[in-house]
Each structure stands twice: as C-alpha cells, then as structure tokens.
Design a protein around this ligand. Sequence first.
Ligand code: CP
Ligand code: NVA
Length: 317
Amino acid sequence: MTAKLGYSLKGRHFISVRDFLPEELRQTLYVAQSLRSRLLMGDRPNIMEGKTLGMIFQKPSLRTVVSFQIAMNQMGGNALYLGPDQISIGKRETTEDIATVLSGYVDGIMARVFGHNVVEDLSKYSRVPVINGLSDFEHPCQALGDMLTVLERKGTLAGLKMTYVGDGNNVANSLAFIAARLGLHISIASPKGFEAKSKVLETAAADAKEFSTGSHIEQLNDPIKAVKDADIIYTDVWASMGQEAEREERKRIFKDYMVTSKMLDAAKSTVMLLHCLPAHYGEEIAEGLSKDARSAIFPQAENRLHAQKGLLALLLS
Ligand code: CP
Ligand code: NVA
C-alpha cells in the first residue's frame, strides 16, 4: 500500500477511529507493517527508549493488556498496569485529577473503561496522548488491527464488503467508522432492537461522503442477506463486558445470528472470518469455526500488537 508520509500524529489522542483522517489511519497501518517486517528480520528499533505507557483498566483483558505491554517492551519502553482496584476512576478520585497527575509521570495513557465519557475526559485533562483501549462506544485499536489483517490477507481495503453479524456494539461502531474512512462497504446484521445506533450509521455514511471513499453503510436484520457477496464476515460476543446479566436473554434473542460454516458458504468463496475475541463458542460463533481454513481470527489477535506499535510510534515518539 502507499501512504503519504509527513502527517504528524505526535501528541495526538486516539479515542475514536474518527480522530484520525483517512490518510492518518493509512499512515498508522503503513508504520505497523514496516515495524512488523523489521521485527521478522530481528530488527527492533528502540524508539520508545525511556518512555512509559500508563495502562488503566476498568474491565478485564487478555489481548489489550498484553499487546500494549509487549508493544512498548519491543520498542525499548515500559508499560505500567493500573487495574480496577488500584485507581478506581471516579470513586477514589476524579478523572480530571487522575489524568492531571498521571500525565506528569508517563508519556502516554491507554485506558479501557465502561463509559466513553471517561476516556474522553481523560484526554481532556491529560498532557500526554490518550488511547482508547475499549469503551462502551468504541474499540478503535481493535479496528486498526482488523484493517491490518484484512490488508495483509486481501492486499487491499477499498471496495471490499465486510459483514458484521451480531450486536450493534462498540466493535461494530468502530468498524463502521473505519470502513467509511478506508472505503470498505459494511453491512451490519443484528436482531431488532440490537442494531447499531442510527446516529452511528448516519455519521459513518456522512464520513464516507465527506472523504469520497464510496463506502456503502447498511444495517439489516437478515444475516443471510447481509453475508451475500461478503469478503469478510466478522462477529463479536452477544453480551459485552458489563452486560453479563443479559447474557441468557441475549442468547435467546440472537440464536439465529450464530456464524456457522453454512453462513460462510453463503458469502464469497474467498471469504475471511474475523472475531475480535474473546469468543463464546456455540453462541456467536460455531464450535471449531475459529480453526476453519477461512478464519484469520488468531492472526487478527496477533495484529493488535503490530497495529498498536504503529500507533504508539506515531503518537509517542
Ligand atoms: N479483543 C480484545 O480487546 O481482547 P481483550 O478484551 O482480551 O483485550
Ligand atoms: N464487545 C466486546 C468486545 C470485547 C473485546 C465487549 O465490549 O466486551
């Protein structure tokens, strides 16, 4: 891919996919690919030497915590895990005081929070870049890693059709925003009442128009109709973190939305399966399907590391 270099992302926040222009998203993917190639050749540039990333977690994580920690380590820097019981945002002290104090110690902050307003507030009061490591509204780092995976496997992004089957949640929102900016078409199939918010769909469609990417953004209820001609099928859990009490009820409501081998058969023969993980097999994804030849789910998880290295390199170094 080609990327115009020269856009300065240093010091910027990444709270939403929409914080970056299409060229800036492409530049981040380009730097990620370059760092990944260098890593394969044993070349680990120490561009984070002397730098520390503060990582705030209000929710559990495997991929986000480990991939950010390793990203900083591979580039010669450090990361500091601050768990839910340690700083208790808004309970022990205010978000403003946490951001003000922490940004005096660290060079960047990554936060996984419940309310999107919390990560927005952190960025408002922080003197260093703040990265959204998942909120109830977006998961922009996941979307970056996902696009890196698609790019590696398909060689292109613009013009591909991505179908997201399941809950119109934080992951779906970031995918709609990134698709609109990078020229993928996105079709979201969800049960009635669980669609992506119309504000999200309208915003993504307006972005596609503003940047003339040609992306078509649609929300359907019928998953089989939505996967027709899909290059990518994507799914995520039916009950997100914080919605555990709704899990049983959602299992009933979403039962026709499990991604199965048959559903993959209804898409293009070259279809690629993605899932941000963690997966609930036998719910949103059939048992064994993550190991299907059409699945890129585990390389997708690895790509969180490479995508975030690109992001950290541009924001912090
Ligand atoms: N996909 C993802 O963000 O995984 P974790 O919740 O394990 O970080
Ligand atoms: N939608 C899921 C994504 C997990 C990575 C959640 O918010 O729990």
